[in-house]
Design a protein around this ligand. Structure first.
Ligand SMILES: *Cc1c(COP(=O)(O)O)cnc(C)c1O
Length: 389
C-alpha cells in the first residue's frame, strides 16, 4: 500500500505540517506538489503502469494530502473525501444492516441527520447518548454494537468526551472508536493516541482554514481497516478533486501557526465575554468555569477559537448576530476570518426541536468562530455589538 507514510516521524509537529507526505515533483523539482488534474493515466503496456490507473482510485495530489494529515494525526493511512459528510457516509459503509452504533448526542447537526434520516433506513441502528459520562456510553452498548462515535469538543455546546475512558471502553468491549476531530485538530488533540481506531475531519474547517473548499478526511493506524477504507473510497467514490486536495494541503502547512493564533484570540475573546456578560453564560473549554476545564487541559494542548454564548433570548442573540462587523454572520467555522452563527436556526436546524431543547441549544445561543484577526479589533467589534445589552 502506497498510502503508508514512509518518512521520518521524529520531526516535530510544525515541521511535519509543512513537509510530511510531500516530495519535490520528480519531473521538474517543483517544491509544491502539482495539481494532477487528470481522470486517467496512460499505461506503458498492457498490464504495465506506474501504480495509477484511474483517478477515483488514486491521484498524486490527493495522496500527498492523505499522507500529510495521516502523519499529523499520528496515523499511518489517510483517506480524503469530497466533504466531511461524504467521509462519514463512507466510514459507515464499514458496517452492515443490523449493526448498532453508539453516538454522542450533541454531534454536528448533519451527522445526526445522516444517521437518523438516511442510514437508519439501511438497517443501521443508532443510540444517541451524553458521552460526557462514560457510564452512559457503557450502558448503551449492546451485543450488536460495533462502534462508538464521539465528537469532542462538541458543536456548539463545547462538551468533552474523556478520550482515555472512551478508548478503554472501546478496547474492553471490542468495538471501534471513531472520533470527529474537526474542532480540536491534531494540533491540539490526537485521538489515535488514546486508542481511537478512526479519526476524521471536516477538512472544510480548520485543516484547510481558508473557507475556500469543502472536504473530509479520515485517518487510521491499522492496515486491515485501511484496506477496507481504500476499497470503500474507490468503490463508493466520494473522493475530492485534485484542486480541493491541493488547497487543503496548502492549508495544513500553516495549521500549527493558525491554531496558535486561534487559541490566543479565543482565550482573549472568551475572557472578555466572561467579564462583560457573565462567566456562566460563556461556553469555552479554556475558561476555568467550564465544567470540564480539567479534562480539557488534560487531553487538549489548546482550546481554539470556538466559543458559544447564551444570550438569554432570541432578541438579544439577534442583536449581537446582526450587530457585528468583523464577525460575519455565516455558517461554518475554522477559517482565518471570524464568523458568528445562530445554531438553532442555522447549523443545527436539522436537529429536531425537542432534541435541541433537551441539550440546551436554545434560541438565545450564539456561536463564535474566532479567526486570526487582531484580537483588539475582535473585542472592539463585540463591544459595540453588545452595547446596551
Ligand atoms: C462541518 C462539520 C462536519 C461536516 O463536514 P462538511 O465538510 O460540511 O461535510 C462534520 N463534523 C463537524 C464537527 C463539522 O463542523
Amino acid at each position: 500500500m502506497t498510502r503508508v507514510f514512509d518518512e521520518d516521524l521524529s520531526a516535530r509537529f510544525a515541521t511535519r505540517t509543512i513537509h510530511a507526505g510531500q516530495r519535490p515533483d520528480p519531473t521538474t523539482g517543483a517544491i509544491m506538489p502539482p495539481i494532477y488534474q487528470t481522470s486517467t493515466y496512460v499505461q506503458d503496456a498492457l498490464g504495465v503502469h506506474k501504480g495509477y490507473e484511474y483517478a477515483r482510485g488514486k491521484n498524486p495530489t490527493r495522496e500527498a494530502l492523505e499522507r500529510n494529515v495521516a502523519t499529523l494525526e499520528g496515523g499511518r493511512h489517510g483517506f480524503a473525501f469530497s466533504s466531511g459528510m461524504g467521509c462519514l457516509d463512507s466510514l459507515m459503509k464499514l458496517f452492515k444492516s443490523g449493526d448498532h452504533i453508539v453516538c454522542g448526542e450533541n454531534v454536528y447537526g448533519g451527522t445526526f441527520r445522516l444517521f437518523d434520516r438516511i442510514l437508519r433506513h439501511f438497517g443501521l441502528a443508532f443510540t444517541f447518548v451524553d458521552t460526557r459520562d462514560p457510564q452512559r456510553i457503557e450502558d448503551a452498548i449492546t451485543a450488536s454494537t460495533v462502534a462508538l462515535l464521539v465528537e469532542t469538543p462538541t458543536n456548539p455546546l463545547m462538551r468533552l468526551t474523556d478520550l482515555a475512558a472512551a478508548g478503554d471502553i472501546a478496547k474492553r468491549r471490542g468495538i471501534l472508536l471513531i472520533v470527529d476531530n474537526t474542532f480540536a485538530t491534531p494540533a491540539f488533540q490526537r485521538p489515535l493516541e488514546y486508542g481511537a481506531h478512526i479519526v476524521y475531519h471536516s477538512s472544510t474547517k480548520y485543516l484547510n482554514g481558508h473557507s475556500d473548499m469543502v472536504g473530509g478526511i479520515a485517518v487510521v493506524l491499522e492496515d486491515s481497516l485501511a484496506e477496507q477504507l481504500q476499497f470503500i473510497a474507490n468503490a463508493a467514490g466520494a473522493v475530492p478533486g485534485p484542486m480541493d486536495a491541493w488547497l487543503t494541503l496548502r492549508g495544513t502547512k500553516t495549521l500549527a501557526l493558525r491554531m496558535k493564533a486561534h487559541d490566543a484570540n479565543g482565550r482573549r475573546v472568551a475572557e472578555w465575554l466572561a467579564n462583560r456578560w457573565g462567566a456562566e453564560r460563556v461556553i469555552y473549554p479554556g475558561l476555568p468555569t467550564h465544567p470540564q476545564h480539567e479534562l480539557a487541559k488534560k487531553q487538549m494542548a489548546g482550546f481554539g477559537g470556538m466559543i458559544s454564548v447564551e444570550m438569554g433570548s432570541r432578541d438579544a442573540a439577534a442583536k449581537v448576530l446582526n450587530g457585528t462587523h468583523v464577525y460575519a454572520l455565516a455558517e461554518s467555522l475554522g477559517g482565518v476570518e471570524s464568523l458568528i452563527n445562530h445554531p438553532a436556526t442555522m447549523t443545527h436546524a436539522s436537529v429536531p426541536a425537542d432534541m435541541r431543547a433537551k441539550m440546551g441549544i436554545t434560541d438565545g445561543l450564539i456561536r463564535l468562530s474566532t479567526g486570526v484577526e487582531d484580537a483588539d479589533d475582535l473585542i472592539a467589534d463585540l463591544e459595540q455589538a453588545f452595547a446596551g445589552l
